[in-house]
Design a binder for this molecule. Structure first.
Ligand code: ZN
Length: 146
């Protein structure tokens, strides 16, 4: 049974992980994690999706603590809490999407903690965090290119 998080986002998009499947690591969110994923979706991702006007893909969303360690995720990040997702536009226009998200979030109407322009080799995505582990929304724009 699919759980809808907001109009255009469902839970399975946030929990699927090729690494988890390969290593046999369970990646099952608790009800609290799902509540946080709903906040992330309804408050931050859905408004961005609506403004962008076409589909967004989640490349990594919820990562339980074991999975987060296995993929080398940040120890202080909020993927393990369900408050962050790595997003790409389904139409492949990542450069335009990165610029669009920055422009949109700088207007100040959409709540968020961190917007990180990420790049690893030829993979690019936007990390969007709803709040940090203390529940703060610092409105940070960062760049992490490897
Ligand atoms: Zn991320």
């Amino acid at each position: 049974m699919e759980i809808r998080l907001s109009r255009n986002f469902v839970l399975s998009e946030f929990t699927r992980s090729t690494t988890a499947a390969k290593l046999g690591i369970p990646n099952t969110p608790t009800p609290e994690d799902i509540a946080r994923l709903k906040q992330l979706c309804t408050k931050t991702l859905q408004p961005i999706r609506d403004a962008w006007g076409s589909a967004l893909n989640v490349t990594s969303g919820f990562r339980g603590f074991r999975l987060n360690k296995a993929v080398g995720g940040s120890d202080t990040g909020v993927h393990p809490l369900g408050w962050a997702a790595d997003i790409v536009p389904a139409n492949g226009k990542i450069k335009e999407f990165k610029a669009f998200v920055k422009f949109l979030l700088k207007k100040g109407h959409i709540p968020f903690d961190q917007c990180i322009d990420e790049k690893d080799g030829k993979h690019e995505w936007v990390h969007l965090g709803y709040a940090n582990r203390k529940g703060l929304q610092r409105k940070q724009f960062l760049t992490k290119h490897r």
